[in-house]
Design a protein around this ligand. Structure first.
Ligand SMILES: CC(=O)Nc1ccn([C@H]2C[C@H](O)[C@@H](CO)O2)c(=O)n1
Length: 101
């Protein structure tokens, strides 16, 4: 089974179903719809759930909008700030949509 990590500060939102996408660089987006993926925390690799990937779509940083932000349970300025801190200067992102299984 493939694995993906999330920063631990997002664990609660994922488990509550409030966060249903993640935006990643290409090297971290090797998933296709239907993949069942083990999810663990980036900081300590502790497992916390499994997800099913429901779609993977390229998205430009400059095209991020309020819909993406809602799916991340953030405001759009918060989302752009988070992405800019994780991937400084990166323009091409991949939206990984998922659901808890
Ligand atoms: C190693 C690494 O990059 N880990 C990441 C990357 C992104 N996220 C979260 C942060 C935002 O909510 C979205 C969009 O990038 O995904 C993460 O938890 N861990």
């Amino acid at each position: 089974m493939k694995n993906i990590t999330f920063y631990r500060r997002f664990e609660t939102d994922i488990l509550a179903g409030r966060k249903t996408i993640t935006l990643r660089e290409a090297s971290d987006a090797d998933f296709v719809a239907g993949d069942q993926v083990r999810v663990s925390r980036y900081e300590d690799d502790v497992y916390f759930c499994n997800i099913e990937v429901t779609g993977v779509t390229p998205v430009q940083f400059d095209d991020l909008n309020d819909t993406h932000a809602v799916q991340e349970n953030m405001t759009l300025p918060e989302l752009k700030q988070v992405i800019s801190e994780i991937y400084p200067g990166l323009k091409e992102l991949f939206m990984i949509e998922f659901r808890l299984i």
